[in-house]
Write a protein that binds this ligand. Structure first.
Ligand code: ADP
Ligand code: MG
Length: 829
């Protein structure tokens, strides 16, 4: 039963929804009142939970029953504590995002609420079970269990664990193409007695594209440029290159196929190698930044769009290719968009080159228009209908809501795998851990739930796991980034959970600041996501937002990346390709000219371009490195400071991202101590990274050492690979490897020479202000300098979570800025 206050709250919410008053709609925090309701339920169990005689009676308890008791008790304690905290405040707390910024305008509100959701999601709310675990550990340590009389009255009360179930309404159905018959289950190898290879060949013939093979090959023969449109999972990426090979297109050159994401390039090429019965890296290979898995033999080459752009620098006519497939064109990544303009030009100059543009969405007219009205080859997919459900009220925390929805599906819905879309690696790891905790708490009462994460940095051994068939009687839940939207197809997905967010770059051309931001997806993305539930049978998509949100807050289409990103890196590439007048470049959708000018300014400030906008010698060297121009500049300059050896280690460590340390639950203090070792003397994060790398090197790259120091061995190995490549590139640009490890200031000056545009100065209140375009920022809590607060710092990157944080910072002296970048910083008199 609801209390009066709760009833009022519900009424208020309902009328708010009716009125379409989104602000109060969003301000309503479902979580709060659920917590109260949960507590009421627990109150009924209070007597039993407060004393532990249940555990110590005469009747023998099963392990599951003990677990269950612990779990309930832990929740009880936790919620009790929370409620008490709230009582102290004396208020039923409401989300306050708007209160502190009441003037936020109508359009921006959703973005603001996203920000707030993320704040609560990523920090406090995502960790309730940390407390629970601490409690459990404590209990396991203390209690000598005796077995005793069961209190029958409470034994089977699991319901409340699912108290935070979410109400959905079915709003519509995404129509299928072919749903009279469910797709026959794949026969197992044993039952047919066929070899794995023959089975794969049969699977290939079952793909929708197979019936159009001849027509497609004819169209390719008749036209130089072809736009191909087909549903995700119909076989475009894996089959078309093989068809082209079978038809002889690889006799006089390679077939290249670009992918916007590295995971897709790796995973798809592995699959194709398997289908062709060859070893990956031989006839079929892939090439991604810092990793080339191809050989002389390679005829089918999958690569990221960024890599093809790099190859163009060395081979401007793509002479070694007979066919280029720009795949996943609908994704409209920056590199894909740039490639459009370049390959269009090459195709005009090279009539023998075939160009295929492949997309999963129907709006192919635009591609066709751009490529001189190239014909569109579109073939029907095979999709079963998908029920679309929205929440009845907005969710305060999308990650909690996703977990609750997965558990509800697992307990209530027929078997079938679940796909959950999350913004990034951090969110995936948090949800994974939280789900595991909940499942552990539920013991053996539920069926097996196999959790498989997939994101860009996941090591390839683990990537394959998402494709493994789910054991009978179990359910698989795939936690994925946008990668699973169209790039990878996972068979057997019946339920899609869509919180409605993805991580997107946002760029402010005025200030030149770039941030990664959790942003609402577009309606087009939402439709793609829903479609993933209907690959092998009718499915269901749970959207963790209201129909109102969907219709009012989501854009129709995602804005192409080129219009919301820093262009410095591609401008440098284009300049080195000899494309001087960028304003006249053949863009499908031109970037804001402000952004173009900003990047020219930055490249000029870095000394990569001269006053006439021409590439300088330094610029030419910088363009050799597949890195952001600021990092390349840092490397090129290290020659002058005689510390290139150290600087490439730092650049490599920066390139592997933030996943260097891990903190096992039971040894967090140890892990933090291990980390602090590298920060001794407040050397700054860059030097700390260098120290980590060097210590590892001194142990002869020992894995054991990584374990002992709570360092991810995989990340380190990747850093080593990257470093090796950078060393090779040093040679190419004729920079000697020189070491100067005692002169930390030389190293710092090299960093400044690349990153001087990222300078910030301490303010009285402990925050920082960026120097060139004043904006308030903070040192990331994971930085070694977060407690030190030096007066002047340079930072590697800004990330916007609850605040605008600087990640990886190093202290600098202000006079260095004037010494190193006099054109950028002058003394104020
Ligand atoms: P499209 O490019 O049209 O979206 P794909 O060619 O990527 O389609 O996928 C066709 C089929 O191949 C799908 O059924 C998918 O499940 C399967 N597939 C693709 N990659 C793999 C892989 N790495 N492991 C297992 N199956 C895969
Ligand atoms: Mg594809």
């Amino acid at each position: 039963k609801m209390s009066k206050k709760e009833q009022e709250e519900v009424v208020r919410r309902d009328s708010a929804v009716e009125k379409g008053d989104t602000q109060s709609e969003r301000n309503f925090s479902r979580q709060e009142y659920l917590k109260k309701r949960e507590l009421q339920k627990l109150e009924e169990l209070k007597d039993y939970l407060e004393d532990e005689s249940y555990l110590f009676g005469d009747e023998k308890l099963t392990e599951a029953e003990i677990q269950d008791f612990r779990y309930k008790k832990a929740i009880y304690e936790l919620i009790k504590k929370r409620t008490q905290e709230e009582d102290n405040v004396g208020e039923y707390r409401m989300p306050d995002a708007y209160d502190q910024d009441g003037s936020v305008d109508q359009e921006k509100r959703f973005a603001v609420s996203v920000q707030r959701y993320r704040d609560t999601g990523s920090t406090e709310k995502m960790n309730p079970f940390a407390e629970q675990e601490a409690w459990e550990d404590h209990q396991i340590g203390n209690a000598t269990l005796k077995f005793g009389a069961k209190n029958k009255q409470v034994s089977d009360n699991y319901e409340f664990v699912f108290e935070d179930q979410i109400d959905f309404i079915k709003a519509s159905v995404l129509a299928g193409d072919n749903y009279e018959d469910a797709m026959p289950a794949k026969p197992s190898q044993e039952s047919t007695g066929k070899s794995a290879f023959d089975m794969l060949q049969e699977e290939r013939k079952n793909l929708p594209i197979y019936s159009y093979r001849e027509q497609l090959l004819n169209a390719v023969k008749d036209h130089q440029v072809l736009i191909i449109v087909g549903e995700t999972g119909s076989g475009k990426t894996t089959q078309i290159p093989q068809y082209l090979h079978e038809a002889g297109y690889t006799k006089h050159g390679k077939v290249g196929c670009t992918q916007p994401r590295r995971v897709a390039a790796m995973s798809v090429s592995a699959r194709v190698a398997q289908e062709m019965g060859v070893k990956l890296g031989h006839e079929v290979g892939y090439s991604i930044r810092f990793e080339d898995c191809t050989s002389e033999k390679t005829i089918l080459k999958y690569m990221t769009d960024g890599m093809l752009l790099r190859e163009l620098l060395g081979e401007p006519d793509l002479g070694s290719y007979s066919v280029i497939i720009v795949d996943e064109a609908h994704e409209r990544t920056l590199h894909t968009d740039i490639l459009f303009g370049l390959v269009k030009d090459i195709a005009r100059a090279r009539p023998d080159l075939k160009l295929l543009i492949s997309s999963a969405t129907m709006d192919a007219e635009k591609f066709s228009d751009f490529f001189d009205h190239a014909p569109i080859f579109s073939f029907p997919g095979r999709r079963y209908p998908v029920d679309i459900c929205f929440t009845t009220a907005p969710e305060a925390d999308y990650m909690d809501a996703a977990i609750a929805t997965v558990l509800t599906i697992h307990v209530k819905e027929p078997l079938g795998d679940v796909l959950v879309f999350l913004p990034g690696q951090e969110e995936i790891e948090a949800v994974e851990e939280n789900l595991k905790n909940k499942i552990r708490g539920l013991g053996t009462k539920i069926r097996e739930l196999i959790i498989c994460p997939i994101y860009a940095n996941l090591p390839s051994e683990l990537q394959a796991k998402i494709f493994e068939p789910t054991p009978e009687g179990a359910r698989k839940v795939v936690l994925a980034t946008n990668i699973a939207e169209t790039s990878l197809t996972i068979d057997g997905i019946k339920y899609v959970v869509d919180p409605g967010f993805s991580k997107m770059k946002s760029y402010n051309p005025r200030t030149g600041m770039e941030s990664l931001l959790v942003t609402p997806i577009s309606k087009a993305s939402a439709t793609q996501r829903a479609g993933r539930a209907g690959r092998t049978s009718a499915g269901k998509c749970y959207r963790l937002y209201t129909a109102y949100n969907y219709y009012h807050d989501l854009e129709d289409n995602t804005i192409p990346e080129i219009q919301r990103t820093n262009l410095a890196s591609v401008v440098l590439s284009l300049k080195s390709l000899g494309i001087h007048n960028l304003l006249n470049f053949d863009f499908m959708d031109p970037p804001p000219s402000e952004a173009l000018i900003k990047s020219l300014e930055l490249l000029f400030a870095l000394g990569a371009l001269n006053q006439l906008g021409e590439l300088t010698k330094a610029g030419r060297r910088m363009a050799e490195f597949p890195l952001d121009p600021m990092l390349s500049k840092m490397i090129v300059v290290s020659d002058k400071y005689k510390c290139s050896d150290e600087i490439i280690s730092i650049a490599a460590m920066l390139s592997i991202g933030p996943s260097i340390f891990y903190r096992p639950k039971d040894k967090q203090v140890h892990a933090d101590n291990a980390m602090m070792n590298y920060h001794v003397g407040n050397v700054g994060d860059h030097i700390a990274l260098l120290k980590i790398y060097n210590s590892w090197k001194e142990t002869n790259y020992s894995t054991q050492w990584c374990y002992e120091n709570y360092i991810q061995v995989r990340s380190m190995k990747r850093a080593r690979d990257i470093r090796d490549q950078l060393e090779g590139l040093l040679e190419r640009v004729e920079i000697e490897v020189s070491s100067n490890s005692n002169e930390l200031d030389s190293i710092r000056k090299s960093i400044v020479a690349g990153f001087f545009p990222h300078t910030a100065k301490l303010q009285k209140n402990g925050s920082y202000r960026t120097v060139k375009h004043p904006q308030t920022v903070h040192i990331h809590p994971a930085s070694g300098l977060s407690q030190v607060l030096p007066r002047w710092v340079v930072y590697h990157q800004l990330v916007l979570t609850s605040k605008e944080y600087m990640r990886q910072v190093t202290e600098v002296k202000p006079e260095w800025l004037i010494e190193i970048a006099p054109h950028y910083y002058q003394l104020k008199d």
